[in-house]
Write a protein that binds this ligand. Structure first.
Ligand SMILES: Nc1nc2c(ncn2[C@@H]2O[C@H](COP(=O)(O)OP(=O)(O)OP(=O)(O)O)[C@@H](O)[C@H]2O)c(=O)[nH]1
Ligand SMILES: [Mg+2]
Length: 504
């Protein structure tokens, strides 16, 4: 039976007053009519249900409207993809540049039913989680140091020449062994995504000149990194710290702080001991050049009331896995607001294929090339020189057809480390870059590298569509200068964007 047939079969007398025509009545009213002989309590319950349904419907309408507006904003937002090899400073640049009050990043989740949800976190909540990461960075450095010292201590124990300093060193090493377990516990606490990744830096000078194969293997085995799986890993840390139910996680964190605090004097003694310095130097291990170095701050970091500073957060090492989005807005001089989305990706070689889908929808691309890597090799493949890898990547980016209409910006990063390597450590660039034929000073070296990047850019710029070469020397851990650089880049991007849209 059809719906209309059903309706006409209902007795009109039920709902027609004597003065109403059949045409005046909505046939669907028959379905919403109260049942005959409805009791007062049933009536109240029915009206409540109807009211709830109206409210639910209004809230769905509001959500759809908000989703539509957000989607419009998302489409209009200026999108910047930040690329570069692992440890090039992508995440640090974003941390430096995103205005602090906007740093409570809002992962944009577009689910299948087109509901958009924003998860907001405040900067102070994030600080709490960074405390665990900084503690892990510190413990990791201590464990690298103790493993190297133990190795040497074993070797020297075979000699009969023992002195009181060696005795003290041995007992300090023994007292610091619980930190191995603390490192493991902190990794567990930091979430399921925190896992061991391939070995980190291997300095070419190390392996070429002074190190035996056995030493290299030890260095590789001890210098490992940890990472967190995109936003879910991040959320799990915050959840652990905040949830009253997750007492175990918070206990782990509290115990770790307590144990490290108890080891503070031994950590400082060992790090300051001349024998440690000599052995690390002889092994070519420069802990102070490793990302996430906090050994000089053990006192401050282990204090009961320690709160990570902005600088601590910038210097902390947390490897990115997956893709993270950072949303923020800036005001224009004409009073309008510009929404920005910055995309942070993992720079590891094995994950670079995941960059490609992001090439399509971008306004600009910032490429990070760490110049200090001229004498380092990639952690994931130690046959590849870091700077060489950056040149190859830059070539791929400049030649990509997908990126042909995107504004490219080059950040030649880690200039502070490059300067230190040249001026303090007196490392000869020519030894690693045979083409280099200028004096071994910072200015000449930096200019030489810049020219090499520019040459590649020029090679792939067609005369009919010349693209400007925008490049900056950066030190991403210097928040003030990075923010200024980013502001200049943002202005250029906006100008280009408006010009291309025919609005200027
Ligand atoms: N001294 C110095 N350290 C820097 C600079 N830029 C980044 N770092 C440090 O280098 C380490 C790695 O930086 P990240 O920003 O995590 O590197 P990334 O490119 O995001 O690396 P992935 O997430 O593995 O792809 C961190 O400990 C930073 O503090 C810089 O210009 N100078
Ligand atoms: Mg990163």
């Amino acid at each position: 039976m059809s719906v209309s047939a059903q309706i006409t079969s209902v007795q009109p007398s039920i709902f027609l007053s004597s003065r109403m025509n059949v045409e005046d009545v909505d046939p669907l009213d028959v379905f919403t009519l109260p049942p005959p002989n409805e009791s007062p309590s049933d009536r109240l319950a029915r009206e409540k249900l109807e009211q709830d349904a109206v409210e639910r419907s209004r809230s769905i309408d509001a959500e759809l409207k908000a989703a539509k507006a957000a989607m419009k904003q998302y489409k209009k937002a200026v999108k910047i993809l930040v690329l570069g090899q692992s440890q090039s400073g992508k995440s640090t640049t974003i941390k430096s540049s995103v205005p602090q009050h906007f740093f409570d990043w809002r992962p944009f989740i577009l689910s299948l039913d087109f509901q958009i949800t924003y998860a907001q976190k405040s900067w102070s909540e994030e600080r709490l989680a960074w405390k665990s990461i900084i503690l892990l960075n510190l413990v990791r450095s201590v464990n690298i140091m103790t493993k190297i010292m133990e190795f040497h201590s074993d070797m020297s124990s075979q000699s009969s020449n023992k002195n009181s300093s060696m005795e003290r060193q041995r007992s300090v090493l023994l007292r610091l062994t619980p930190l191995r377990q603390i490192e493991k516990d902190l990794k567990v606490f930091l979430g399921a995504g925190a896992g061991e990744l391939p070995p980190e830096i291997t300095s070419e000078s190390e392996s070429e000149d002074t190190q035996s194969k056995g030493h290299e293997d030890l260095d590789k085995a001890i210098v490992t990194e940890f990472g967190l799986r995109s936003s879910s890993g991040w959320k799990s840390i915050l959840a652990q710290l905040q949830s009253p139910q997750s007492g175990k996680g918070r206990d782990l964190h509290r115990i770790a702080c307590h144990v490290v605090r108890g080891c503070k004097d031994d950590i400082q003694w060992l790090w300051g001991d001349s024998a440690t310095k000599r052995i690390l130097h002889d092994r070519g291990v420069r802990l102070e050049d490793l990302p996430g170095f906090f050994l000089n701050d053990a006192d401050r970091i282990t204090a009961e009331d320690y709160e990570p500073s902005d600088q601590d957060i910038l210097c902390a090492r947390l490897r990115t896995t997956g893709v993270q989005e950072y949303h923020f807005s800036t005001d224009r001089t004409n009073g309008t607001i510009v929404n920005w989305i910055m995309y942070d990706v993992s720079g590891c070689r094995t994950t670079r294929a995941a960059w490609i889908p992001y090439f399509r929808d971008m306004t600009a691309l910032i490429f990070l090339a760490p110049l200090s890597g001229f004498n380092e090799r990639l952690p994931e493949d130690d046959s590849i020189n870091r700077l060489e890898d950056s040149f190859c990547l830059w070539k791929t980016i400049c030649s990509s057809k997908l990126l042909a209409n995107i504004q490219l910006v080059l950040f030649m990063n880690k200039t502070d480390i490059l300067r230190k390597k040249i001026e303090q450590d007196k490392i000869q660039v020519r030894k690693y870059v045979p083409d280099y034929d200028k004096p071994n000073d910072f200015e000449n070296v930096a200019t030489f590298f810049r020219r090499a990047f520019k040459k590649i850019h020029l090679q792939y710029t067609t005369p009919d569509a010349p693209k400007s070469f925008i490049s900056h020397f950066t030190t991403a851990v210097d928040r003030k200068s990075t923010r200024l650089t980013l502001r200049a880049v943002q202005s250029i991007i906006l100008c280009t964007d408006i010009t291309e849209a025919g609005l200027m």
